[in-house]
Design a protein around this ligand. Structure first.
Ligand SMILES: [Zn+2]
Length: 71
């Protein structure tokens, strides 16, 4: 039986290739810096699924679970 190449860390063999690819894309999006729509600082980040909060002005917004619509 041929062994498969594991390239992405953080996700076990639990998921198939398609899910892994999707995860990689989402993960990159999450890591990308986003500017706060209120004050423009880059401390704007996801605190929970669909909830984004700014660390400077505490601006909070409910948006996409993995990435804001404003990229
Ligand atoms: Zn802000």
């Amino acid at each position: 039986m041929p062994t498969k190449q594991e390239s992405l860390k953080g996700l076990g063999a639990k998921f198939g290739g398609t899910v892994r690819k999707r995860y990689a894309r989402v993960f990159r999006k999450q890591k990308a810096k986003r500017a706060c729509p209120s004050c423009g600082s880059l401390k704007f980040r996801r605190i929970a699924a669909g909830i984004w909060k700014c660390g400077i002005c505490s601006f909070k917004v409910a948006d996409g679970a993995y990435a804001t619509t404003t990229v």
